[in-house]
Design a protein around this ligand. Structure first.
Ligand code: HEC
Length: 150
């Protein structure tokens, strides 16, 4: 091999590396740089597994006609404040999720703090099909002011 060929292959390898790292960056959402988002998301996942996944499952798929899905849910998309409220105060009565009617009861977890609700919301609203970004404490505060134990 002549030196010039080595240079060419070095350039080729280098440009592959550049392309590969650009591809990696494009695939990881920019929000991964946000440490607060990261903290909420990681904490939220643990809280979700502890408090919610028994019913809604780890993959958010729910369970038949008993526990509605979270992985894809038009209800979640349309009712953020309501979802924040129901984590603490529960939910009963008829609801419609992706065109399927549910009429069950979800018990609230009254001991959840506003921070924990924000963390769980950040997790469930940025996993599976959802991309709502960070959900902060003031949003939770605002929602909780409008609801209470049923
Ligand atoms: C004991 C089972 C159970 C647990 C634990 C539970 N849920 Fe639910 N969840 C339900 C049921 C049942 C409904 C439907 C309520 C109705 O029919 O009105 C529901 C409804 C929902 C909905 C609205 C419907 C939808 O699919 O979008 C969301 C969002 C939700 N739950 C999130 C959570 C989160 C977050 C937690 C943990 C903090 C949690 N749930 C814990 C049983 C549960």
């Amino acid at each position: 091999m002549t030196p010039i060929l080595n240079l060419k292959s070095a350039i080729l390898i280098f440009s592959w590396l550049v392309a590969f790292s650009a591809w990696l960056t494009a695939c990881s959402p920019s929000k991964t740089n946000d440490t607060k988002f990261q903290q909420y998301y990681v904490q939220g996942e643990q809280l979700y597994v502890k408090h919610c996944s028994n019913c809604h499952q780890k993959d958010g798929a729910g369970l038949g006609r008993v526990f509605p899905p979270l992985n894809t849910s038009d209800y979640m998309e349309k009712n953020l404040e309501d979802v924040l409220c129901q984590m603490k105060y529960g939910k009963k009565g008829p609801i419609n999720v992706n065109g399927v009617a549910y009429n069950m009861e979800m018990k609230g977890i009254i001991s959840l703090t506003e921070l924990e609700i924000a963390e769980i919301a950040t997790y469930i609203y940025n996993t599976w099909s959802h991309q709502k970004g960070l959900i902060e404490i003031p949003t939770v505060e605002g929602a909780l002011k409008k609801c209470g134990p049923e």
